[in-house]
Design a protein around this ligand. Structure first.
Ligand code: MN
Length: 400
């Protein structure tokens, strides 16, 4: 269970790292889905990490030098309170451990006063390489930044510090990730048993979602990928509406969300007897997966890890007769082998030079052969421990 001490302690840590000035972070805003409907709200992760508040448009203000903290409540009119509810000042205070909850207008006065006292304010900026994404960004980050730029002479970013803190998981976070993992495993085990009975990808989607939700998942940490045959070669396939044919492989990439934390697991199963070729591709990925997990331990440099992964994957691809050079590696294994896991399903590890105890990362090698209609990926969630690692999802067989 995550308690307010967790958020209090997280704020203490960021205060210690930033030393002086002010810190102002904004929650995300709700986004339109269509006409008068909003998307299900998802909180900005750094804001949640420091406050525990999962509602839109709140702000966190910290005088780093004095240690004083405030929450600025959004203005919610009576009509929206009836339709959407709102978080009371008391509840926000109880959740976050921040005693002073002030109104939007009081917040502006406070920010002006802080700007007189401190020339520097810290906040977060839009994600790096934002222009690479094919979607619009939540406007709250830019809005907050604009307000701060008007008031303070220097606006600085503390993403790096926050990522660094978030990368090292605390015991209650590891417990929550383990819970999300265990719930997800339940979903996989359920559908594995009846693989031969499924006629469409959406039936697997429905059953896995049903099991996860009824065993305590808040929902999916990301849109599940249930991809039969060549659909598995489209890395972010999420239509999940194709027919599953006999002797086809189905790639399932699914992760429950639980208490604010994500799981991210992939298995590839066969409907009826797999072909020899499918068995060979699966076995090559399975053995690479095992070998790569074996590399994970504290103080392994990221560069060294990546180097070894490239060698292991090149060998796997070569063993399947797909070629030995870098082109073959990038063609048949076109994505990263690992990413951090936590509040975000792609949690930043803070660009470390080496692995550190209590980081949690995925290991997800895959081989995708569109011309043969075969895509195989196996993904587990790995905790870096003092002596090596612990596979949080090892209870789920990697078998075909
Ligand atoms: Mn993943």
């Amino acid at each position: 269970m995550i308690t307010k001490e967790f958020y209090v302690n997280n704020r203490r840590n960021i205060i210690r790292l930033l030393k002086s000035g002010a810190l102002v972070l904004s929650a995300y805003s709700a986004l339109q889905r269509q006409n008068d409907m909003a998307f299900a709200f998802s909180q900005e992760s750094n804001f949640w990490y420091l406050t525990g508040i999962a509602n839109a448009d709140w702000k966190l203000v910290v005088d780093i030098t004095s240690g004083e903290e405030w929450l600025i409540a959004p203005e919610v009119d009576a009509v929206h309170q009836v339709f959407d509810g709102s978080l009371s000042a008391n509840a926000a205070s109880e959740l976050s451990g921040i005693k002073k909850v002030i109104s939007y207008d009081e917040g502006l006065v406070l920010l002006r006063a802080l700007a007189k006292k401190h020339s520097t304010v810290y906040t977060i900026d839009q994600p790096q390489h934002a222009d690479y994404f094919n979607f619009l960004l939540n406007p709250s980050i830019a809005n907050n930044k604009r307000t701060l730029e008007r008031l303070f002479s220097s606006v600085m970013y503390c993403q790096k510090e926050l990522s660094g803190l978030r990368a090292i998981k605390q015991p209650e976070e590891i417990k929550m990730i383990q819970k999300a993992v265990d719930i997800t495993i339940g979903g996989f085990e359920y559908v594995k048993k009846s693989m031969n009975s499924y006629k469409h990808e959406y039936e697997l989607d429905a059953d896995i979602s049903w099991v996860m939700r009824r065993t305590g998942a808040t929902g999916h940490a990301y849109d599940p990928i249930i991809a039969a045959g060549k659909n598995a070669c489209t890395l972010h396939y999420s239509h999940n509406d194709s027919v599953v044919k006999s002797r086809q492989l189905v790639l399932l990439d699914v992760g429950a969300s639980c208490g604010g934390y994500a799981a991210d697991i992939t298995r590839t199963y066969a409907k009826h007897e797999p072909t020899k070729r499918q068995v060979a591709v699966h076995a090559a990925v399975e053995s690479a997966h095992r070998e790569i997990i074996g590399l994970i331990k504290p103080s392994v440099s990221i560069q060294e890890y990546q180097q070894r992964v490239n060698e292991i994957m090149s060998e796997a691809i070569d063993s399947l007769g797909l070629g030995k050079n870098d082109d073959a590696l990038h063609k048949y294994f076109p994505h990263a082998v690992s990413h951090g896991l936590g509040i975000d399903v792609h949690d930043s590890l803070g660009a470390p030079s080496h692995l550190v105890e209590n980081m949690v990362l995925t290991v997800e090698p895959g081989v995708y052969i569109p011309e043969e209609g075969i895509g195989v990926r196996i993904e587990d969630d790995i905790l870096v421990t003092a002596k090596g690692n612990k596979n949080l999802s090892s209870a789920l067989s990697t078998g075909l």
